[in-house]
Design a protein around this ligand. Sequence first.
Ligand code: PRP
Ligand code: ZN
Length: 300
Amino acid sequence: MEPSEQRIKIAVQKTGRLTDHSIDLLERCGLKLTRSKDQLICYGENMPIDLLLVRDDDIPGLVGEDICDLGIVGLNVVEEKRLNRAAEGRAIEFKQIYELDFGHCRLALAAPDGTEYNGPESLEKTRIATSYTGLLKHFLEENRVDAEPVYFSGAVEIAPKLGRADFICDIVSTGGTLKANGLVEVDTLLQSEAVVIQTQQPLGEAKQALVDKILQRLDGVLQVRESKYIMLHAPKDALAEIHALLPGSEAPTVLRLDGDDDKVAVHAVCRENVFWDTLENLKAAGASSLLVLPVEKMLA
Ligand code: PRP
Ligand code: ZN
């Protein structure tokens, strides 16, 4: 194994919404991982890359302070950090590079069922419990509302029951937590999903090459998730129309069909999902023998 300073460190959420997807994504990039006994580190067996399993709120700091080279974290956490740093007159020290299309959730305002809400002005002179004081203050300022954020480090949803707040501002994913606490969502402050962040500190040549490699693979994994390989038979005179119907495809391969001079076979990689209505439109344009296959790997 390389000395630890030569290995790439990726900060990943220890337990929560992003954990399984984050690890799965890196495994699909070809990384083979073993967990340490204390479950806090996943060692890369076949590449000098280790995952640090940490609280999501700590990830921007770990990447910003160059303890980790990359991190996978919710946009909600990134934006909160950005605003907190800005309030202290400091810039953030990491760059955001990819949206990962998992870990979807939103930062929302909620209140006990029956609370009147007709827009942000209904928050005037209320108390709002949240762990996201940065994003909440920003929202209140933008809407010129005078309300009092009440900081809770966790279990925000019990604040109204305790008489500590009139509203809460918290992450909602399935809505199960709100429902279980008799709360109703009334407004959305931010739509969030998992993103990759990278340190802005210059890395050594070898490390940079490895980061570039893993990012390129990540890009490939993200692309194939939506990509499909489509094969069909098309009448020669409908080729232009059929090509135009193929979603997000570059130049398709056109092949001669043995014993048929009127039709050709068309093969294409579609970089968007191929839905039933696309297939039906292709069929209506004269295509037949349609076949859609998932793409396993892709390297641009
Ligand atoms: C959020 C929020 C709720 C839960 C809501 O916590 O604080 O507890 O998710 O999800 P639901 O709508 O699916 O019920 P999060 O997972 O961000 O955990 P953390 O605050 O410990 O980071
Ligand atoms: Zn958290």
